[in-house]
Design a protein around this ligand. Structure first.
Ligand SMILES: O=C[C@H](O)COP(=O)(O)O
Length: 247
């Protein structure tokens, strides 16, 4: 039985003060024991958020990390630094990182492997552009991203990986894939994982992301293969976040 995971991805939003006010507002209201509720926040707020959510059901994730342990990588944050403050999850290979920061399947894979090595659960993102969707290349594109992203991930670790399917054309646009379409691609992604890990694919949680909001989360979560959501815009408003995790 896969436990659903609803993760807010705040992207480059909220100061530390705003992040703490948000947690203060939602922490008593996040009470769905059947869901893992996560907030993925900017690096600078992570330590404070970990402290502020102690004893609550909210888990904290980063939005990126480097794959090296340390060294001359100006501006980067290492897996050990995240582990030191108890970070639970890390988003890896979000389409915005792939597009604006030149992340490739190869660097994404190194980060996935390194996160697992440090006991941080990676949220591995995949998804197609509008052009790829219109050309009928959605599944082929996701297959490559997943197969390359999971290279060298041991069988013992695969259930710790969360996959987020986010069609790029649905991110921040208000356009959501229909729940059935999203489920179809996600079922296919599970087949791809099964091609690599057999039955263990049934333990891997696969989220949908792209304009998820309180009004559509229940329909999305009702699909057979969708195990959660990675939510951008709607996760920034406290009341909406509470509705999303208590769907
Ligand atoms: O990581 C979250 C996704 O990019 C979705 O963003 P959105 O909910 O604002 O469309």
């Amino acid at each position: 039985m896969r436990k659903p995971i609803i993760a807010g991805n705040w992207k480059m939003n909220k100061t530390i003060a705003e992040a703490l006010a948000f947690v203060d507002d939602v922490k008593e209201r996040v009470n769905n024991e059947n869901v893992d509720a996560v907030i993925c926040a900017p690096f600078i707020a992570l330590k404070d958020l970990k402290e502020a959510t102690k004893g609550t059901d909210i888990k904290i994730g980063a939005q990126n990390m480097h794959f090296e342990e340390s060294g001359a990588f100006t501006g980067e944050v290492s897996p050990g630094m995240l582990k030191e403050i108890g970070i639970d999850y890390v988003v890896i290979g979000h389409s915005e990182r792939r597009e604006y920061f030149n992340e490739t399947n190869e660097t994404v894979n190194k980060k996935v492997v390194k996160a697992l090595e440090h006991g941080i659960d990676p949220i591995l993102c995949c998804g197609e552009t509008l052009e790829q969707r219109e050309a009928g290349e959605t599944k082929a594109h996701c297959k490559i991203q997943i197969e390359e992203g999971l290279k060298n991930v041991a069988k013992e670790d695969i259930s710790k990986v969360v996959i987020a399917y986010e069609p790029i054309w649905a991110i921040g646009t208000g356009k959501t894939a229909t729940a059935e379409d999203a489920n179809d691609v996600i079922s296919y992604i599970r087949e791809v994982v099964a091609g690599l890990y057999g039955e263990l694919a049934q333990d891997v949680r696969i989220q949908y992301g792209g304009s998820v909001k309180p009004s559509n989360v229940a329909e999305i979560m009702a699909q057979s293969d969708i195990d959660g959501a990675l939510v951008g815009g709607a996760s920034l408003a406290a009341d909406d976040y509470v509705k999303l995790v208590n769907f």
